[in-house]
Design a protein around this ligand. Structure first.
Ligand SMILES: [Fe+2]
Length: 237
């Protein structure tokens, strides 16, 4: 099952516009686990409740955003698989990450009050935190997934490998038309891909005189200090 599904994922991920129905029906329990992982009991949100969460996202975003969301989820699962991580949580976080992306600035700041001056001036900066807040209100409780959803805008908190998969997938999914090199690198070296993605973002914004979000800047400085890092604390479900 694993290799066949991975082949299918690869085919979908590499197409800018995969047919929505194909990815929409992807059952989390079908996603391959790393070979060494033991089969564990799956929580209800991964099984019977999962269609409700996909429908929740689809009802809140534009059709084009929904296509992007599916590409991010599939790529995040692939990156996670390549790194020996939890493909299911990576996929789930990919599906959920842009839940709040199409809300108004006023709604975003109501869900996620500004933490800094940049948030107040540019409410899209909080759409990851706003998605987390909305999901928690709806009853979603997996903290690994919620952290990844929250961090997808400003960068993964240090050591959070699933959040790194989702962040990289979001910036490099084929529909973006940029960062193909980061996508390719992520499939063999997640740490290196993250360092490249964050440093190129910080340098690009700085070169344009655009303010870098304090969370991203903190991550950039941590990577400078700590890289190469060992992603710890993530065990396959
Ligand atoms: Fe987003």
């Amino acid at each position: 099952m694993g290799p066949r599904l991975l082949t299918e994922l690869a085919r979908l991920v590499m197409q800018p516009h995969p047919a929505p129905a194909t990815a929409l029906c992807l059952d989390l329990s079908e996603l391959p686990l790393p070979p060494a992982a033991a089969q564990a009991d799956l929580p209800a949100w991964m099984t019977a409740e999962w269609p409700r969460w996909t429908a929740e996202v689809q009802s809140r975003v534009t059709p084009d955003r929904w296509k992007h969301v599916q590409r991010v989820a599939l790529l995040a699962a692939q990156i996670a698989y390549a790194a020996g991580l939890d493909t299911r949580r990576a996929y789930a976080a990919g599906i959920l990450h842009d839940l709040a992306r199409d809300l108004s600035g006023e709604e975003l700041l109501r869900l996620a009050p500004p933490e800094c001056e940049l948030d107040a001036r540019w409410p899209l900066a909080v759409h990851g935190r706003a998605a987390r807040s909305a999901l928690e209100t709806l009853g979603f409780g997996d903290t690994v997934v919620l952290d990844a959803v929250e961090d997808h805008v400003t960068g993964p908190r240090p050591g959070h490998a699933i959040a790194a998969c989702v962040y990289i997938a979001d910036v490099s999914e084929p529909g973006r038309g940029v960062n193909d090199d980061i996508r390719t690198l992520a499939l063999r070296d997640l740490d290196a891909a993250l360092a490249q993605a964050i440093s190129s973002k910080v340098r690009y914004l700085s070169s344009r005189g655009t303010e870098v979000h304090p969370r991203t800047l903190a991550l950039y400085r941590w990577l400078e200090r700590e890289r190469p890092v060992t992603w710890a604390g993530e065990t396959p479900a």
